[in-house]
Design a protein around this ligand. Sequence first.
Ligand code: FPP
Length: 230
Amino acid sequence: MADMGIPFHVGIIMDGNGRWAKARGLFRLEGHRAGMARMLALIEHAFDAGIGELSLFALSTENLSRPKEETEGLFSLFRLYFTQHIPPLVGRGVRLHVVGNRSLLPADLVSLIEGAEERTKAGDKGLLTFAIAYGGRQDIVSACNRAVKEGREQTLESFAGKLSTGGMSAIDLLIRTGGEKRLSNFMLFEAAYAEIYFSEKMFPDFSDSDLDEALLDYRKRDRRFGTSVE
Ligand code: FPP
């Protein structure tokens, strides 16, 4: 069995904030707050562990149809993140990138995102991607439309370059917390050969050592990319 070391690109579907809050008799937004606190520490831990690219699913296109109170609360958390939590990324040389449909987000949040991307653009030691108002299928359709406009047959590589994740590597390890076993429209093209790891822990409880355990599990996998069993 191949020992593959640390996965280069890790994706995390951060699920379970709502249930974490409900189990404690708290408002859902408290769960998202706890999720953000956990996420901040997990980002540090992931890059310390040697991960090169980390992609976090923060809000799907479909999540936008949740009650306004919840989406507004999430937007406020995002505002807080993009105003207050960028210096550690700059310090580490991590570049920040946000994928998703920005036209679905409040204009002031989009400006904060652009500002954060600008502040981190020189980062060459890691890449942190947030998927916000993001849908994998929608992203594939947008890439198809770009290809149609170009009027040329595409290769896998040229098509991948037209996705909002163009330039990133394929996902090696995809983690989903919260006990559900589905992809929920996250980076479908990019995760085609990802090793998938499901954790029963709700995201606010997903500790640094839970991430280490997922990384350890990845090391035991035998990635063949559809080739022979030998
Ligand atoms: C899914 O849990 C989680 C979300 C929709 C939001 C995730 C957001 C954060 C962790 C904060 C991130 C902050 C930034 C800056 C990106 P859920 O609400 O679907 O939980 P449930 O399945 O238990 O209801």
